[in-house]
Design a protein. Structure first.
Length: 287
């Protein structure tokens, strides 16, 4: 028995009843089939057969299919990344459901951002050429954006555990992880507008009046809010940053997380030296 027939039996499949009742059966089966964001050819064939058995015309399931595609989108968004395979899976689902660009438009921005986050996760970070920033040897800038800096005291409730989702070394950032709240305005002091710069070595901010250069090994972790983030450091007060463009927030966080959680290093053998081998057979005795 295929997946679709199994789902249909589980909910008590009936090929009779009113149009609304038959549509409800089809919708429930379709939504459950798309829970994993994937639709195989076998499932497509079964869905087509189910629709015919329920005597539903294409126009009678069009709105259902739009809702079903949104379910597939949510399934893909759940892990915070958007791999090339997932992109192909969604394209296949959209094609099967007969959806055009008008149905996909409001999701394109989110999916494009998730695609960037996936590339960062894989180690393909953006490179930004920024004039007027003094860089250290081997340092390169990934992103430099307008932002506001809010000096706060360590006793602020924004700095308390549980103020928002938190990531650190050993616990990487994931898009959509945890419920996000905006920065509490009554906890924020004067805002200093300047440029936030993320490099492969540091998080930097400069407004002319206030500036800091924070190396990743001094960063204890990051608390995430819907409109900004808080940097917890091993010395000094925490720093609250709010990017001018909220759409850049998750990309900034993903880059910082990448440097707090670098991939394990693969040691290469020294030139001319073969890698060590485990115990093998002892050499034959000398005669």
């Amino acid at each position: 028995m295929g997946l679709i027939q199994s789902l249909a039996q589980k909910i008590g499949l009936s090929f009779h009843g009113s149009l609304q009742e038959r549509q409800a059966v089809y919708e429930k089966v379709l939504l459950e089939a798309l829970e994993d964001g994937v639709l195989t050819q076998a499932e497509i064939d079964e869905l087509d057969g189910l629709r015919r058995q329920l005597k539903l015309k294409d126009e009678e399931v069009r709105s259902i299919r739009v809702r079903a595609f949104q379910r597939a989108i949510e399934a893909v968004k759940a892990d915070g990344l958007f791999s090339p395979k997932e992109e192909k899976d969604l394209e296949k689902i959209a094609q099967y459901l007969g959806l055009d660009d008008t149905h996909l438009a409001h999701n394109r921005t989110t999916l494009a951002k998730m695609r960037v986050l996936y590339e960062i996760h894989k180690g393909n970070l953006p490179i930004d050429q920024v004039a007027g920033i003094s860089l250290e040897l081997g340092e390169m800038v990934h992103l430099s954006v307008p932002a506001s800096f809010f000096p706060i005291h360590a006793s602020s409730r924004l700095a308390k555990a549980g103020a928002g989702p938190f990531f650190s070394a050993g616990s990487p950032y994931r898009m959509g992880h945890g419920r996000l709240y905006p920065l509490a305005e009554d906890e924020l002091g004067e805002a200093f507008s300047g440029m936030l710069t993320i490099s492969n070595q540091r998080v930097m901010f400069n407004s002319g009046q206030h500036a800091f250069r924070l190396k990743y090994d001094k960063l204890l972790g990051v608390t995430v809010f819907s409109d900004g983030f808080l940097l917890a450091v091993d010395t000094g007060e925490p720093r609250v940053i709010q990017p001018a463009n909220r759409k850049e927030l998750e990309v900034l966080l993903a880059i910082i997380s990448r440097y707090l959680n670098p991939p394990p290093k693969v040691e290469k053998p020294a030139p001319g030296k073969l890698p060590a081998k485990g115990p093998g057979k002892p050499p034959p005795p000398r005669r």
